[in-house]
Design a protein. Structure first.
Length: 499
């Protein structure tokens, strides 16, 4: 978008662009979300920034009226496969907090100095400033949604000290933490202050905002693939859908559930029953990725609806989401097991394999264990796997490679680097790479042409001549076209792949 396109968006107070860019006003010294209800500033006083961190760096403070940090994130970090996009995915996952700028740079294959220069040029702020903005956003979420002690909020958000936390909140929001807390609505449940010190498991409820429309069918996608004891899914009589699971995080293990209530628009409810507060930012980032909550569904639907083959499906299912992954290594194992077999058969095989995982205490009802680590799979997996020996050998080879560090991939990769790392593995082909790219990287433009469920979905769509078989007309949103085809295939009796 150029300057005037963005200016027209803020003049229309268009909520679709909230979180995708920020409007800084030199006459007031504040920055806002595009939908801010304040009077539209004069164009000569406006500067647009890609990130809130860039606005902070330029000396602006967040608007107290529209609270620009309280919006879904930008989908650009998945659309962009450049260094900036890859870096932001890792920063949001907490890599700088755990490994510092040097660790982030190493993962991306650059020196810290080069990375700082690239991010400053592309996004208007260096890695430390971007991480600081991410911490401030997490802190705001905790302040307005919970009764956590301020010190606990500080450390749970990734700050090294309460003083650093207070200074950052004051600089970013021009408010004290107590004043910022007063701006938030009361959540349904509140985490009670003083019950769990930092480092101990905590229970809390948070709101996860998203852009409307939102198709709750993503809960169905996860439900049919849920591994008993590790995941669960349910639908209540009032239409509330819930998905929960256990998860291994950098410092600890966690148990969470996410609920969609038709009566509660524009946000999901996240209930966390066991997590080390230091891991909370990472958990929030991964849950948002799992449910694709930073997507721009209107832009996606507009592009897909322009293809006459998909127009009816988009009208029927607006706001379809692309499920992400909370653990890249787990997702690769699930993808390899799910190749060439039905979803039900893959779930049975994964249930058998889950016996290799360790048990977890303090998790929610129906959650008993964690998905096995790659080391546990390498040690016990062969005895639990069933099926062709060649496939078992391939899964074991990949597990051993991940356990020893020979294979290392994750949110910081792009499609090309993922291909270089995964294609040499026995039993891994283009379908596996594409599927992992969709769910781990959030890659929006993957079309799984050889997927059996995609082929079944195509049989449901109208047959039209003159259109490309790989849906290039809807690029860069072909991953979402794949989701529509999987949904269409679910109406047919045979469903394979899409594990």
């Amino acid at each position: 978008m150029d300057f005037w396109q963005r200016y027209r968006a803020i003049d229309a107070r268009d909520i679709r662009f909230d979180g995708q860019f920020f409007t800084a006003v030199s006459s007031t010294g504040i920055y806002c979300r595009p939908s801010c209800p304040a009077r539209t500033p004069k164009a000569e006083n406006v500067t647009f920034y890609e990130t809130s961190a860039a606005a902070h760096e330029a000396g602006y403070r967040a608007c107290k009226r529209c609270l620009p940090e309280a919006v879904p994130g930008t989908p650009a970090w998945n659309i962009r496969s450049d260094i900036a996009g890859r870096a932001m995915r890792l920063i949001n996952d907490g890599v700088i907090t755990r490994e510092g700028v040097d660790g982030l740079a190493h993962r991306l294959g650059y020196s810290a100095r080069q990375l700082n220069r690239i991010l400053s040029q592309e996004l208007g702020a260096g890695p430390l400033s971007l991480a600081r903005a991410s911490r401030a956003q997490t802190a705001r979420t905790l302040l307005v949604s919970t009764d956590m002690l301020l010190a606990d909020v500080a450390f749970a958000s990734g700050f090294n000290s309460v003083r650093q936390f207070n200074d950052t909140i004051g600089e970013v929001f021009a408010m004290t933490p107590t004043a910022l807390r007063a701006t938030g609505a009361k959540s349904v449940q509140r985490w009670r202050a003083g019950t769990s010190p930092v480092g101990a498991p905590a229970a809390l409820t948070l709101n996860l905002p998203y852009r409307e429309p939102f198709d709750p069918g993503i809960f169905d996608f996860l439900a049919v693939r849920a591994i008993p004891g590790i995941e669960y899914a349910s639908t209540s009589e009032d239409g509330t859908r819930t998905y929960g699971r256990t998860l291994r995080l950098p410092r600890s293990t966690a148990s969470f559930s996410v609920s969609y209530k038709p009566s509660l628009p524009a946000k999901l409810l996240l209930n966390v029953s066991a997590v080390d507060l230091h891991d909370l930012p990472t958990l929030l980032s991964r849950v948002r990725r799992l449910f694709d909550l930073d997507a721009d569904p209107r832009a996606i639907d507009d592009a897909l609806a322009a293809d006459p083959r998909l127009a009816s499906s988009v009208t029927t299912i607006p706001g379809i989401r692309m499920p992400g992954a909370v653990d890249p290594e787990e997702l690769l194992v699930r993808a390899m097991i799910g190749q060439q077999i039905t979803v039900a058969a893959a779930r049975t095989a994964l249930t058998q394999l889950s016996a290799a995982g360790s048990t977890i205490e303090g998790a929610g009802p129906g959650l008993e264990r964690l998905f096995p680590t790659t080391a546990e799979l390498a040690d016990k997996g062969r005895a639990l796997l069933r099926g062709p020996q060649r496939r078992i050998d391939s899964i074991m080879y990949a597990s051993e490679a991940m356990a020893t560090g020979k294979l290392d991939f994750g949110y910081g990769d792009d499609f090309e680097s993922l291909e270089r790392k995964l294609l040499p593995l026995p039993g891994v082909g283009p379908w596996t790479v594409g599927y992992v790219a969709m769910r781990v990287l959030g890659a929006p433009d993957v079309f799984l042409a050889n997927d059996a469920a995609v082929r079944n979905g195509l049989k449901v769509l109208p047959v039209l001549s003159g259109l490309s078989p790989d849906f290039t007309e809807v690029s860069p949103w072909r991953s979402y076209a794949t989701m529509h085809l999987w949904r269409a295939a679910a109406k047919r009796p045979a469903q394979t792949s899409g594990t």
